[in-house]
Design a protein around this ligand. Structure first.
Ligand code: FES
Length: 87
């Protein structure tokens, strides 16, 4: 089922916005000019990905630092320590 949530032009580059659709949180954004959308839940332990940061084409989960590619969903890096916003 399709849901209109916003116009693509409303999404600034290097930004992400969390939308609630039918009791699911969907993270939508634009990175380096490309649009992405994914569930706002880390596949590792369910942390909110919207609290993470970008690293290249990846989103870095704030909880344990795992990195997922925004466009493929692939796990790109598994951190062995807690990641902070300062690195
Ligand atoms: S909950 Fe996201 S890396 Fe652990």
């Amino acid at each position: 089922m399709l849901h209109k949530i916003c116009n693509s032009n409303d999404l600034r580059d290097n930004s992400m916005v969390n939308f609630s659709i039918n009791n699911s949180e969907i993270l939508v954004g634009r990175r380096r000019g490309r649009l992405f959308a994914c569930k706002n839940s880390c596949p590792h332990r369910g942390a909110s990905l919207s609290k993470g940061d970008f690293n290249g084409d990846n989103i870095v989960c704030y909880m344990h630092g795992y990195e997922f590619n925004l466009f493929t969903g692939n796990l790109e890096h598994m951190s062995h320590g807690r990641k902070t916003r300062d690195g």
